[in-house]
Design a binder for this molecule. Structure first.
Ligand SMILES: [Mg+2]
Length: 232
């Protein structure tokens, strides 16, 4: 059995930590009279980045630099340093595993599943999160967009996962985003399980076989499917 698992907003609360970081940035920007950034944040113009393949593989400091570059002609290196410092500090002090993440990963291990993390963003940023959350050893492989050069908007990383474990025919994909996690899972014939949490939880999914409220329900789905297959 092969289980592909997404990281952000599936195992940990990335969007909540990010939202809190944005809120903490607002007084900082206003004090420095950075009104344009303030409007960029409150009008949620960052949504335009959702479909950008480039942004799905970039490091956080590069993203912030690019965003600030979009809003201002120039920003001093000192201001940039100061902003990155705040972002890093506030983000990591708010980043947490969801309480069901460890029981989920342990449950999969007990079933003898191979677990592959499949995640967008840069190598540095995703590995730093794994280090901080202390879950790296649960995975049999890590597939990170910044390392493969392909985001989850393309099927490449999902196909890479199956090519790493060619003898596994029973495949599950667990994630929070429909047009990446679920669609990519369908591309390789996986049973797809959407966890309703994080930034995308209000969207109506098109590629999910199952929609669940948390990872314990996802584990139940996998157990039931596995038993069904054993009987068939
Ligand atoms: Mg996610």
């Amino acid at each position: 059995m092969l289980v592909l698992v997404d990281l952000d907003d599936t195992l940990c609360n990335t969007w909540d930590a990010g939202k809190y970081t944005l809120l903490r940035l607002i007084p900082f920007l206003l004090r420095r009279r950075k009104f344009k950034s303030f409007f960029y944040i409150i009008t949620a113009r960052y949504r335009e980045l959702e479909q950008s393949r480039e942004f799905h593989m970039m490091d956080l400091d590069k993203i912030v630099e690019k965003l600030l570059g979009k809003v201002y002609a120039k920003i001093t290196p000192e201001e940039f340093e100061e902003i990155m410092d705040l972002v890093d500090r506030v983000f990591f002090s708010n980043l947490k595993l969801y309480p069901d993440a460890l029981p989920f990963l342990q449950g999969l291990k007990e079933m003898g599943a191979k677990i592959v993390l499949i995640t967008d963003s840069s190598s540095h940023w995703q590995r730093k999160k794994l280090e901080y959350l202390g879950i790296k050893d649960y995975f049999d492989a890590l597939i990170i967009s910044g390392e493969t050069g392909h985001s989850k908007l393309d099927p490449h990383n999902f196909r890479l996962a199956t090519s790493m474990f060619p003898h596994e025919e029973e495949i599950y994909m667990v994630g929070d985003r429909d047009d990446t996690d679920m669609r990519g899972g369908k591309d390789i014939g996986a049973t797809t399980i959407l966890v309703k949490r994080g930034y995308f939880k209000g969207r109506r999914p098109k590629h999910a076989d199952y929609i669940v409220n948390d990872l314990l329900e996802a584990l139940e789905v996998i157990k039931n499917e596995h038993e069904k297959r054993a009987k068939a």
